[in-house]
Design a protein around this ligand. Structure first.
Ligand code: DAT
Ligand code: MG
Length: 149
């Protein structure tokens, strides 16, 4: 089963959106296989976002991600990488469709509430940055026979 990496960013935590955001993913049918509240260090943030190093917004992105606690999680499900990206909405909330997380809860690109890995390879890399193998749980939910045919 495919896995993705998701982060509720510091603004999402401060604005009491943790429960609402997790509910959206649960309601969709994705299974949470790992989750924790944590403070991201600059070193960790720079590793996470290394593809953006040198871009004009890099330093403010690192300041933002390290500005307070975040919730990180690993979600599992059919086509979960693309599915979560769709649920998150466009990177710039000004362009994110209503009904998406960024479309419903954000206004500025530098306060866009949520992160989701952009490919299966990115997901694997990001999961390994934020989680140890033993933090990823293997279990089944009884509802899954009503979610998958
Ligand atoms: P995404 O988070 O949708 O994967 P990304 O990987 O291109 O988007 O960028 C990572 C984060 O960096 C993004 O959530 C917000 C910030 N960012 C991206 N492009 C930006 C820009 N042009 N100006 C300011 N911040 C930007
Ligand atoms: Mg990205």
């Amino acid at each position: 089963m495919e896995r993705t990496f998701v982060m509720i960013k510091p603004d999402g935590v401060q604005r009491n959106l943790i429960g609402k955001i997790i509910s959206r993913f649960e309601d969709k049918g994705y299974r949470i296989v790992a989750m924790k509240l944590m403070q991201v260090t600059r070193d960790l943030a720079e590793r996470h976002y290394e593809e953006h190093r040198g871009k004009p917004f890099f330093e403010s992105l690192i300041d933002y991600i390290t500005s307070g606690p975040v919730v990180v999680m690993v979600l599992e499900g059919k086509d979960v990488v693309a599915g979560v990206r769709k649920m998150n909405g466009a990177t710039n909330p000004a362009e994110a469709a209503p009904g998406t997380i960024r479309g419903d809860y954000a206004l500025d690109i530098g306060r866009n509430v949520i992160h989701g890995a952009d490919s299966v390879e990115s997901a694997q890399r990001e999961i390994s940055i934020y989680f140890k193998e033993e933090e990823l749980l293997n279990y089944e939910k009884v509802t899954e026979k009503w979610i998958y045919e």
